[in-house]
Design a binder for this molecule. Structure first.
Ligand SMILES: [Zn+2]
Ligand SMILES: [Zn+2]
Length: 376
């Protein structure tokens, strides 16, 4: 292998290992030897569809953005890190001078350079150059795999702790029990939520959610023939409230709805079951346009928010919650692959299960010099 083997998406359904040169580090950057990278739905989406919304793969792009590694080289202005430090890597470098950056909403920066979002290369390579302040030192009790999982965990922290400002003793419903939904449940639990209801159509996912972080689970009924989506959602919300003893107001009402599914009927149901004056946050990406019960949203004065990636303070809080033992990331890593098994790792994530039938929550690919069994 070359000095910097990289896993590259050339075009739809076409991935190769490329021999790339080792990148230079700028004065305020570090070069990280990437050791663990989780595969995200978005990586798979680019592989299968070549685009997400307006982001289109037009030239070869290295995949991967959920990574942790070891500092290999530091730029000459870097003071907070040294060679050998183990770090979680926040994969979005922002401009620092635009209005959004300056007012502390850097996730909205129009000039963000985000790993594995076209046209920018991702982290599935031996080395990745990154601004030093986007590397967070891992406490000794965290593994590099935990470090890679800080990326999806930060998405959950951003939506539940930052955007929604969940407080202790509040009740939460999370639609979608995939990796991000599960992590939203874990954050809600870590922050002291009194009730965490997991909703999914796959029974095995609900079983996992129940033993992982949810206090209750709910399986939506099947749609009836000829039933419109909104009629279904109204029936679904009513059934859910009856089955789980949810009221519209008061102590048994739902303070926060998190949609991590992106499904239209979940979004509709979520608005219908949130309490009067409650909050709703959209973190799942699904259909780009959906119909929502806007009058209900208005009359209930629902605080309806979008949540995108992560902003100031999200990585540090994610790391702290795991380091303090309030969130356990280990049960979420279901599959591990070596660097040269990256194609298989993507295949397994795409199928949702491996050949032995085991369901995938998160598959992690090790760096070129690391054994998948190395969990240090
Ligand atoms: Zn991701
Ligand atoms: Zn900016």
């Amino acid at each position: 292998m070359s000095n910097n083997p990289s896993f590259v998406l050339r075009k739809i359904e076409d991935v190769v290992y490329e021999e790339r040169s080792i990148p230079d580090v700028k004065d305020d950057e570090v070069l990280v030897a990437v050791k663990k990278t989780g595969i995200c739905g978005s990586d798979v989406h680019y592989l299968v569809h070549g685009r997400i919304g307006d982001f289109v793969v037009e030239k070869p792009m290295v995949l991967g953005h959920e990574s942790a590694g070891i500092i290999h080289k530091v730029g000459k202005n870097v003071k907070n890190l040294k060679q050998g430090d183990r770090v979680a890597m926040e994969p979005g470098a922002t401009c620092r001078v635009c209005d959004d950056c300056k007012r502390g909403r850097y996730e909205l920066c129009p000039d963000i350079v985000f790993a594995a979002t076209p046209p920018y290369d991702g982290t599935l390579a031996r080395y990745y150059p990154i601004p030093a302040d986007l590397c967070y030192k891992l406490p000794d009790n965290l593994t590099l795999e935990d470090g890679a999982m800080m990326e999806p965990l930060s998405v959950a922290v951003h939506s539940v702790a930052n955007i929604s400002q969940l407080r202790a003793n509040q009740s939460v419903v999370v639609f979608g029990a995939g990796p991000v939904g599960l992590l939203c449940m874990a954050v809600a639990r870590a922050l002291g939520a009194s009730r965490i209801i997991a909703v999914d159509i796959v029974p095995s996912r609900l079983e996992f959610a129940k033993q992982y972080a949810a206090t209750d689970t709910y399986t939506p009924p099947k749609p009836q023939d000829g039933e419109s989506r909104i009629a279904y959602s109204q029936r679904n919300a009513k059934t859910m409230m009856e089955q789980l003893g949810i009221a519209e107001r008061g102590p048994t009402a739902i303070d926060l709805v998190v949609d991590a599914s992106g499904a239209e009927v979940s979004i509709q149901t979520g608005i219908l079951i949130a309490k009067h004056g409650g909050s709703y946050v959209q973190v799942g990406m699904g259909q780009p346009e959906v119909q929502i019960p806007i009058t209900t949203l208005l009359v209930k004065e629902i605080n309806f928010r979008g949540s995108f990636r992560y902003g100031p303070g999200d990585y540090p809080l994610a790391i702290a919650l795991v380091s303090q033992g309030k969130i356990d990331l280990k049960p979420l890593v279901t599959h591990r692959f070596s660097f040269d098994q990256a194609v298989e790792a993507f295949q397994v994530t795409r199928n949702g299960k491996s050949a032995d039938g085991k369901a995938v929550i998160k598959a992690v690919i090790s760096g070129p010099d690391v054994s998948p069994d190395d969990l240090s």
